[in-house]
Design a protein around this ligand. Structure first.
Ligand code: HEM
Length: 428
């Protein structure tokens, strides 16, 4: 088993209502992680994507827990347990892990892990159990007689029914034999008829229940595959009917969530398109200070300044900005981190990078629950403007000291600066 070291005894607590999401391929390589996962793990999204999921494995977790996980997943079954994970720096965080295979046309195509904050009691119990397992004093699953009883309890309903009916028939045979000794043929006929009726009724009830259960199982797996148009018999008035109505209601609910999610995605897409095509350069970083979005204007700005910026940051590449941490570009990253962590409104800052004077307006991005989920930075390359400002300053300073011979060149000026230059020329 992969052992990730070192570890600390510092626990990072998951926030109430927080959900950590990840998807892996069938070999356990991460293909998707949500922001909350990236944040708590301490790794960058780049470090996580493509890595094996055991990158967050904590050495206190018993190997048998992961064997059990893989055993279940390979059989197409979900798995849930409290899990202690390790962050990049060695701290730990407990989660209630729920791992499910995602099916497509009946075949598992990937695994989805959804993790919730666990209850403290759950964590305490798991901590004790995992410690005993690691010391070989306990096992994850029951063994011996307990395992035997569990197996009997969980035997297929059809087999259990067949066993029960065989037992009943055996008893009836004994009774018939006993009655035949005393030649009670009337009673024998009665007992046989009663038994046949009982067997027929029980078999038909069990058959009906199993058939409907299988239909429910099929429909639930269809829903799990994202097919939300299954038909159900909603008029049946027994527990099976209740189960069918429950699944149907869940399906309708999923359809409504799907429609809302599509609507949100369309809204986000619209905003994305709008931002992509605005003239201001916009860059968004997540709460972990990793750049996750750049619009076309900022891509263009960095591409054209790339060579100049390399004079100051030799490895700078405009094409590799997305996914990288903003720390990489700051002289003292803690300074920016602290500043941004405390940011409640927009701040404007100006600095020179690779000879370019950049004005950056940084603002926090806050979600509906007032949680800081990232930062947006609007960039403006003021280099040309600053050069002109300096030129005009020089000319004006010369005029103040009585030298009216200097001229404001018109060739590199537009709008306000051009008209200012023209006015100055006309009065001198
Ligand atoms: C969303 C992304 C970013 C945010 C929110 C951000 C935020 C900031 C803030 C708030 C400051 C000013 C600190 C102060 O006034 O003391 C600053 C300075 C600076 N930023 Fe960024 N930044 C981002 C991305 C970048 C990138 C991609 C680069 C380089 C290409 C960069 C280069 C610089 C430089 C050179 C300074 C001057 C101070 C220093 O060198 O540390 N920043 N940034």
């Amino acid at each position: 088993m992969k052992i990730n070291l070192p570890v600390t005894d510092k626990e990072i607590l998951m926030q109430k209502g927080e959900i950590l999401l990840s998807r892996t391929d069938l070999k356990g390589r991460i293909t998707y992680v949500n922001d909350a996962f990236v944040k708590i793990s301490g790794f960058t999204r780049d470090e996580l994507i493509g890595a094996n999921h055991n990158i967050v494995r904590h050495p206190d977790m018993p190997a048998s827990a992961y064997e059990d996980l893989w055993h279940n997943l390979k059989q197409g079954r979900p798995w849930t347990a409290p899990v202690k994970n390790r962050t990049k720096s060695g701290d730990f965080y407990w989660v209630e892990a729920n791992v499910v295979p995602i099916f497509e046309n009946g075949q598992a195509k990937e695994y989805l892990s959804v993790r919730y904050p666990p209850a403290r009691e759950q964590v305490n119990n798991a901590e004790k159990l995992y410690k005993l397992i690691n010391e070989n004093k306990a096992t994850l699953k029951p063994t011996g007689f307990k395992a035997f009883l569990k197996n009997i309890h969980e035997t297929d309903i059809t087999k259990k029914t067949a066993f029960g009916l065989s037992l009943l028939l055996g008893l009836v045979c004994l009774l018939v034999y006993r009655l035949s000794l005393s030649q009670e043929y009337g009673l024998i006929t009665f007992a046989l008829a009663l038994t046949l009726i009982a067997v027929a009724v029980i078999s038909s009830i069990i058959h009906d229940v199993i058939q409907k259960l299988e239909k429910c199982i099929f429909s639930i797996y269809c829903i799990a595959e994202g097919k939300y148009k299954n038909r159900f018999d909603l008029d049946r008035n027994d527990q099976i009917g209740d189960l069918l109505r429950g699944i149907y209601t869940m399906q309708v609910n999923f359809n409504s969530h799907l429609a809302e999610t599509r609507q949100t995605a369309a809204d986000a897409q619209r905003l994305n398109q709008a931002l992509d095509n605005t003239n201001s350069g916009v860059m968004v970083a997540d709460a972990n200070f990793n750049i996750m979005y750049m619009n076309n204007a900022i891509k263009k700005l960095f591409k054209s300044a790339e060579q100049d910026i390399r004079q100051q940051i030799p490895n700078f590449s405009a094409d590799k900005l997305i996914g990288s941490s903003i720390d990489f570009f700051h002289k003292n990253p803690n300074h920016q981190r602290q500043m941004l962590d405390q940011l409640t409104h927009s701040i404007s800052t100006e600095f020179v990078i690779g000879g370019h004077t950049m004005r950056v307006v940084a603002s926090p991005v806050i979600d509906a629950s007032n949680e800081r989920i990232g930062f947006v930075a609007e960039w403006l390359d003021r280099t040309a403007e600053v050069t002109i400002e300096q030129e005009i300053n020089q000319v004006v300073s010369a005029a103040v000291s009585g030298d009216f011979s200097q001229r404001i060149s018109e060739h590199n000026k537009q709008d306000f600066f051009l008209s200012l230059g023209k006015k100055y020329q006309s009065i001198t």
